[in-house]
Design a protein around this ligand. Structure first.
Ligand SMILES: [Zn+2]
Ligand SMILES: [Zn+2]
Length: 386
């Protein structure tokens, strides 16, 4: 399963900075790149780092309205206030920093479609809460949705499948394609009764022609690796087989990790590897390998850096080391302490501790199984996907 893997990046990404007190920390990208460099995968013959580009207004308007772009510009000039009710602060340079993250995702699409790479990963992307007329949940522009529209418009793709594994429901992405069967959206997330944005229930299945082409898998708090993989493996492979996408994309938020400070899921780092192993195989079977990955949530900087590095190793077929390189360890400890965090398992590439509440496992697994079953029954009323 050879072929180039493109990592799309720019130091400009670090300008997407929502403030020193904000949980979304650009340092996680620096830490990820440093970890990749020190374990040697940046020099891997199949990996190349591509410079992101800026998305232009025409591209942003594939999803967003002119009125919304003007609003972002006005807030950018002022540099104060919020795009939503308090999660997404405005800052000077917000428009161009956000357009750069979108351009990184478009660059990823171009590299895959033009045969420069077989898979591409934009760790700066994955801003799945933004929608046509709004920014929300730390997201200004929805690069995932824009990339799908761009692939349709520029390259004529017919069926795009977007999987979203962020702990929060991919509401902006869902909303963009809610009436549209040409983009199948699939979101795994913590149940909206317990977590922002409070949507993503199994009866949200799309509308009109799009009815049946929106799949939601809400998971109970403390869903652990085995239960999560049960859900993922019950849902994603059959959908790839029945929908026959010409491109698979995945928003790879890792705020489902048990160390994440904003959420209460209980995944371990090896879960992201296993997800990537499944998805990678599916892409080689179904789309000639065409796979675009985006970043997303991840608020513990060390776990986020490790999770995305482990996923990239999986794409490259590289076995990661057991221990983190000592210079990376020092950098992580220094960055974490500067942010007022306690460093988590700085010595190892994987988790040293177990997630909490293991005695709840049977109950949680039963809830997950029941949710998957009900979701399949609901979706099957409208589209022949399961
Ligand atoms: Zn591959
Ligand atoms: Zn999230």
């Amino acid at each position: 399963m050879g072929g180039k893997v493109a990592l799309v990046y720019s130091d400009e990404y670090l300008k997407y900075f929502l403030g020193p007190e904000h949980p979304l920390r650009p340092q996680r990208l620096t830490l990820m790149l440093e970890l990749m460099r020190e374990i040697g995968i940046l020099e891997h013959p199949d990996l190349y780092v591509a410079e992101a580009r800026m998305a232009n207004e025409e591209e942003l308007k594939l999803v967003h309205s002119e009125e919304y772009l003007q609003r972002v510009k006005r807030l950018d000039e002022k540099g104060v206030g919020y795009l939503d009710y308090g999660d997404t602060p405005a800052f000077k340079g917000m428009f161009s920093a956000s357009a750069m993250l979108v351009g990184g995702s478009l660059k990823a699409a171009e590299l895959v479609m033009e045969g420069e790479a077989i898979h591409a990963f934009n760790p700066g992307g994955g801003l799945h809460h933004a929608a046509r007329d709004r920014g929300a949940g730390f997201c200004v522009f929805n690069d995932v949705a824009i990339t799908a529209r761009y692939l349709q418009k520029k390259y004529g793709l017919k069926r795009i499948m977007i999987v979203d594994i962020d702990c929060h429901h991919g509401d902006g992405t869902q909303e963009t394609f809610y009436h549209d069967p040409s983009v199948l959206t699939v979101s795994f997330h913590e149940d909206g009764r317990f977590l922002y944005p409070g949507t993503g229930f199994i009866d949200e299945v799309g509308e009109g022609e799009g009815k049946g082409y929106c799949v939601n898998v809400p998971l109970p708090p403390l869903t652990f690796t085995e239960a999560y993989l049960y859900a993922y493996n019950e849902v994603v492979p059959p959908l790839v087989e029945s929908y026959e996408p010409d491109m698979i994309m995945q928003q790879c938020g890792v705020d489902t990790h048990f160390r994440d400070p904003l959420t209460t899921e209980a995944l371990t780092l090896d879960c992201y590897e296993k997800i990537m192993e499944t998805l990678h195989n599916l892409a080689h079977e179904a789309t000639d390998g065409k796979l675009i990955l985006f970043g997303g949530g991840g608020y513990e900087i060390g776990c986020t850096a490790k999770a995305w590095t482990l996923m990239t190793c999986k794409l490259l077929g590289v076995k990661p080391p057991e221990y983190t390189p000592s210079s990376w360890r020092e950098l992580y400890i220094k960055m974490a302490l500067e942010l007022g965090d306690v460093p988590k398992d700085p010595d190892t590439m994987y988790d040293q501790d177990k997630p909490p509440l293991t005695h709840e496992r049977e109950r949680i697994l039963a809830v997950v199984k029941e949710t998957v079953k009900k979701m399949k029954e609901t979706v099957s009323k409208y589209a022949p996907l399961f």
